[in-house]
Ligand binder design. Sequence first.
Ligand code: FPP
Length: 285
Amino acid sequence: MFFEKLSKMLNDVFRPSPKYITVSVAQAAAGPAQALPPSRLPRHVAIIMDGNGRWAQNRGMPRSAGHAAGTEALRDIIRASDDWGIEALSLYAFSTENWARSKEEINALMGLLLKYFNSEIDELDEKNVRITILGDVNGLPDAQREAVCRAMERTKDNTGLKLNIALNYGGRAELTRAAKLLAEKVKAGEIQPEDITEDLFGQQLYTADSPDVDLLIRTSGEMRTSNFLPWQLVYAEMVFDSINWPDFDRARYLQCLRIYADRDRRFGGVDEARPEKKTEDNADD
Ligand code: FPP
């Protein structure tokens, strides 16, 4: 056990960090070849993997086939995030609203989930990935709950990529839960209402161990956040990609990272070092 942990840590420390992030020629053919210095990478990427159903419908296939193809894309994006040294990756896999879908589709998604956790856990653990489930695991069927809890327990001391998978997740439910946790602490006399700060509030969220989201990617052309990480997204840059999730690959991912790297993030302040851009509105200011 000790040697296993030590070997994971050493692998992580001595893993050569890429000077520039590129994708293979074949993958880059899906978009313009691009290279990105790691210092311009987001620390935390969140992804709304949308469009599985449309991908399948466009091919005359059942929606479940879209989710199966989406799982392959997810596997590749998790590997790319790990290869490229992204600190945290949050994926919206199943929302509290998704229970309204047909029984058949829910069963297909739950089946894929179980299959994914059983087939990937060894590789993820080996790569020092730490898995956290965002959402209420108690609302999951027994087999899925046991599999995800086992995965969280097994990887809880890992120090590599923080892989957050949102399952039975709703942003408002997460905020309400955080408020209740704080109220209980006040009631127990552990804290006073005036001790409640943004930082303390953030610590009650499922993502307490991850930094705020820097980049949100949503596929399939939809442009909304759909109850995903409302607290954590407040200053996130957003990139909306028109392709459906099963077609999203690491070349496309790199394009999103490139767009992010070119954004000017000011967090409500003014970038003193950068001369203000002249527009028609401020030309005479
Ligand atoms: C949205 O597409 C996608 C989902 C609701 C499920 C996402 C799940 C996966 C990618 C795979 C399973 C996850 C794991 C962790 C193995 P949609 O069905 O809403 O597509 P549509 O808008 O075209 O109908």
